[in-house]
Write a protein that binds this ligand. Structure first.
Ligand code: SAM
Length: 369
């Protein structure tokens, strides 16, 4: 621990389980170090220790933790996934009266006594937590100790990971720190899902469902995104659906000449058709991952600007230094294209077949105009 440099963020990982938060911290690129991880479960701890043999894992009941002990670690950040059974949809939802919530309530009671070096909190729980009394107590406590916060309901499927797992996330910072997200995702009374903003509304579904070009995570194609994307439907760019193609085909079985009835509209809604986000469109246009928009640019403006822009990869191939180079495009077939999933996630460009294609281009054949 002594070898940490002064810019390394010291992290306390509570309810550490098998170490998902530790992996996330490492994956985030933040220069952070778990200075203590705590969990009561011996089996989970065995797995944690197996994967993180050098971490300071403590077999502890968090309910017995004191503010003095936490302060002694000199932490900057707390990561935690408190037990979710008191809030699960299928459970009894005993909330604050469930004994498994006691340790969490205890933590809330000691938060005001933690010193101000502690500046960041990330909490994960099940969807449903946002409606609990425990969540309300958490938000009230954060206000009291002068933390600002943002809440999200997110699922990996929203980030093109082929798995659904809706979870509540709260991130909080000690004021005067603030959030600098280009798109404010915070909510006051209800946690909004990020992709909810991009869902296609009922009016558009009713009028234009047949005109939509629907692509999924495994598609190897998508239509050109124009500057009218999300404003007009026809010919302005593909829309995204994470459901299997058979389900989409089933929903679209109805007669396209008849007006859509409420039952059909419900089926269409169940597909959760959405527009690609500006960031996804940027990735499909092969902008690098560090491309971003300033915070004051609206989503409509983002689509307009992207629609007016270029595919960066294609222009890379047309590098002026290769002015008269002729390339062979013949071997590029649809099945060599990377998938929508690959390109809209961070895994994109560098590691992908795009790179491979780039390297495999042979300078002969079709002239580049
Ligand atoms: C939702 S899981 C956390 C999962 C963890 N984020 C992971 O990646 O595996 C909740 C954890 O809290 C632990 N836990 C529950 N009550 C506890 C308490 N009073 N003290 C310490 N750990 C506790 C459980 O053993 C369980 O591992």
């Amino acid at each position: 621990m002594n070898s940490l440099n002064s810019s390394t963020i010291k992290v306390l990982e509570l309810y550490s389980g098998i170490g998902g938060m530790n992996y996330a911290l490492r994956g985030s690129g933040i220069s952070g170090k778990v200075v203590a991880a705590m969990d009561i479960n011996t089996t989970a701890n065995k797995v944690y220790q197996h994967n993180f043999p050098d971490e300071n894992l403590l077999q502890r009941n968090i309910q017995a933790l004191t503010a003095e002990e936490i302060n002694s670690y000199g932490i900057d950040m707390i990561l935690m996934s408190p037990p979710c059974q008191p809030f699960t949809r299928v459970g009894l939802k005993k909330d604050v009266s469930d004994s498994r919530t006691c340790s969490f309530l205890h933590l809330l009671s000691i938060f005001p006594h933690l010193n101000s070096k502690w500046k960041y909190l990330l909490l994960e729980n099940v969807k449903g937590f946002e409606n609990s009394e425990a969540c309300q107590l958490l938000l009230t406590t954060l206000e009291q100790i002068n933390f600002c916060y943002q809440q999200f309901i997110l699922s990996p499927s929203m980030f093109s990971v082929p798995n659904t797992r809706h979870r509540y996330y709260l991130i909080a910072k000690r004021r005067p720190l603030t959030f600098i997200f280009p798109v404010q995702l915070g909510v006051t009374d209800r946690a909004l899902t990020y992709f909810e903003k991009f869902l296609i509304n009922d009016k558009t579904l009713k009028k234009h469902a047949w005109l939509m070009d629907i692509v999924g995570p495994n598609s190897r194609r998508s239509c050109c995104f124009t500057k009218a994307y999300s404003h007009y439907v026809e010919g302005t760019g593909s829309v995204f659906c994470s459901k299997p193609t058979e389900i989409i085909a089933e929903v679209f079985k109805f007669n396209r000449n008849e007006e859509i009835n409420p039952e059909q509209l419900q089926l269409l809604r169940s597909l959760e058709l959405r527009y690609f986000t500006p960031q996804e469109v940027a990735r499909l246009m092969c902008f690098p991952d560090d491309f971003s928009f300033p915070p004051d640019i609206t989503i409509k403006q983002m689509y307009r600007l992207l629609g007016n822009s270029i595919n960066v990869f294609v222009v890379t191939l047309l590098s002026p230094t290769d002015h008269n180079m002729q390339r062979d495009y013949a071997h590029i077939r649809d099945d060599r294209c990377i998938t929508v999933h690959e390109i809209t996630t961070k895994l994109a460009i560098e590691h992908s077949a795009v790179q491979e294609m780039n390297e495999n281009f042979v300078p002969f054949g079709i002239p580049v105009y």
